[in-house]
Write a protein that binds this ligand. Structure first.
Ligand code: HEC
Length: 491
């Protein structure tokens, strides 16, 4: 019996040559000092990779039920949550593994950076890692859109509005991203393709190269103070570190450590999935309903804050140039920092920049939750139009007040100081803008305000504008800001 199995295994081995191919890789030598020193610092990369494998398995399973169509996506997720046995668990695991994957990738990067492991001869490994980082973020973003509930729908809308402001190419980019001028079925199909085919394709190709380099160039030895990297001598020194007897095979020692940490992480994923459950879907998508939380998932909140906090005049430049600078610096710095000291104690600037980045992102994320420019989500249920305003309204204007209430405009706009602060206080808007300007603002939106043209009937718009232009101190006449020209309105 045992012999039979062995014979079968040998039959395959003879033809596949797996053992001969992979055994040397599994047993490739790593510097021995890993064992005593900071060996535990080396577990994050392989943990991120394992989480990726988990995402593939759970993602494929999810795709068997999920329908990437604007009309059915939301229902198919509800169906998974409530009808399919353990469907909620699948969604929860996919969600929490994604979250932890981002965490692991970030820790892995910070560790590699702090240990100077991106220096010669591993600059390219770092660059591929940066691409992997952006692929991971891209997966998170597209995945959040696939949820297609009010949150993700809204986050995408805000994102599109921002991209649309890039001069010249903005509108074309939005069109490319959304597949249509509004968020709709084509948008979802595009994000599905990105999430399931395009980004994973790039990710796997990059990961393959990244791993190849990790194995070929070897894991960096833990940094030592005063031991500088010099490309002229480094290779020889490293050879000596892993030479026969000096190095340790990757399997079993270091690999066992990885496996242990991976096991812990998987348990954490399971625990979070069971106790915190899946994420959403929240409210059904409806662009006119801002009662949903129009904020992106936590890992994008800091970005959202940067844009919300930056002065409007600078926003366009920040959108345009900021990402280019960040990506270029992340990719390229190993080229000019490829030699020299690796130990963090000798690289105060590196340590400070990590602290600065983590603090900065942390504070911005916190602000994203707290600040007034995050819309107040309960304004429309909690606060009625102030009585002293209602008292002086005509019947059509009253209708307009009702529309304002129903469309949750006050999540972003205050009346008499009560309500959201994302947009201007509307208490006296009637003395600032005339009717055509009001109509245009409501129908076309603009400047971070959604366009309501498609969600309002003609009479509703009329009533709303009647109401808005009545919003002024009783003694003041309506605004006479000149109406925009006909051609302005036509566009
Ligand atoms: C997501 C938040 C948000 C929602 C919801 C929203 N707005 Fe706005 N609104 C804004 C922002 C931001 C501005 C400023 C636009 C600018 O600076 O160009 C604005 C500007 C305006 C203005 C021009 C005010 C001025 O003084 O220039 C009017 C009028 C207005 N909104 C009416 C409405 C109405 C009516 C609704 C509901 C149908 C609504 N808004 C819903 C964010 C919002």
């Amino acid at each position: 019996m045992f012999k039979g199995i062995r014979r079968a295994v040998m039959w395959f081995e003879h033809r596949l040559v797996l053992r001969e191919t992979f055994w040397p890789i599994v047993r490739h030598p790593v510097p021995r000092s890993l064992r005593r020193k900071v060996g535990w610092m080396y577990v994050f990369g392989s943990t991120a990779m394992t989480l990726l494998m988990l995402q593939i398995v759970t993602g494929i399973a999810l795709s068997m039920v999920y329908v990437p169509s604007a009309g059915e996506a939301f229902e198919s997720l509800e169906y998974l949550n409530y009808q399919v046995p353990l469907g909620w668990m699948l969604r929860a695991i996919h969600n929490w593994a994604a979250t932890l994957m981002i965490v692991m990738v970030v820790i892995h990067m910070a560790q590699v950076f702090l240990a100077g492991a991106y220096k010669y001869p591993r600059e390219l490994t770092w660059m591929l890692g940066v691409i992997l980082f952006f692929c991971t973020v891209g997966m998170a973003f597209t995945g959040q859109v696939l949820r297609w509930d009010a949150d993700s729908y809204w986050g995408l809308g805000v994102g599109a509005a921002m991209i649309g402001r890039i001069p010249y190419i903005g509108p074309a980019l939005v069109d490319l991203m959304m597949g249509s001028p509004i968020l709709g079925g084509e948008t979802l199909s595009r994000f599905f393709a990105l999430h399931v085919y395009i980004i994973p394709g790039i990710l796997f190709a990059t990961l393959g190269l990244h791993l190849y380099l990790v194995v070929r160039k070897g894991i960096s030895e833990p940094p030592e103070e005063g031991n500088e990297v010099d490309p002229a001598t480094y290779d020889e020194e490293y050879e000596a570190l892993i030479a026969d007897g000096a190095g340790d095979p990757f399997f079993p020692g270091p690999m066992a450590r990885d496996a242990f940490f991976i096991g812990l992480t998987l348990l954490l994923v399971l625990g979070l999935a069971i106790f915190c459950g899946p994420d959403g879907p929240g409210l059904p998508p409806d662009p006119a309903n801002v009662a949903a939380e129009p904020v992106p998932d936590w890992y994008f909140l800091s970005l959202f804050s940067v844009l919300a906090l930056s002065p409007r005049s600078l926003e366009t430049y920040i959108i345009l140039i900021g990402p280019l600078v960040v990506v270029a610096v992340m990719l390229m710095f190993p080229l000019w920092a490829s030699r020299g000291e690796r130990h963090p104690y000798r690289r105060p600037v590196a340590v400070l920049s990590v602290i600065f980045i983590f603090l900065g992102v942390g504070v911005l994320t916190w602000l994203g939750y707290k600040e007034p420019w995050s819309p107040h989500m309960n304004a429309w249920t909690a606060d009625a139009v102030p009585v002293n305003i209602v008292k002086r309204l005509s019947p059509t204007e009253m209708q307009g007040a009702v529309v304002l209430q129903l469309k949750a405009c006050r999540n972003c706009h205050a009346l008499d100081g009560v309500g959201g602060e994302r947009g201007p206080d509307l208490t006296h808007v009637g003395s600032r803008l005339d009717r055509p300007a009001l109509v245009r603002q409501v129908i076309q939106g603009g400047g971070n305000m959604p366009a309501y043209g498609k969600q309002l009937t003609g009479p509703q718009v009329t009533a709303l504008v009647d109401f808005l232009s009545a919003l002024r101190p009783p003694e003041r006449p309506p605004s006479e800001v000149p109406a925009p020209s006909i051609s302005d309105l036509a566009e």
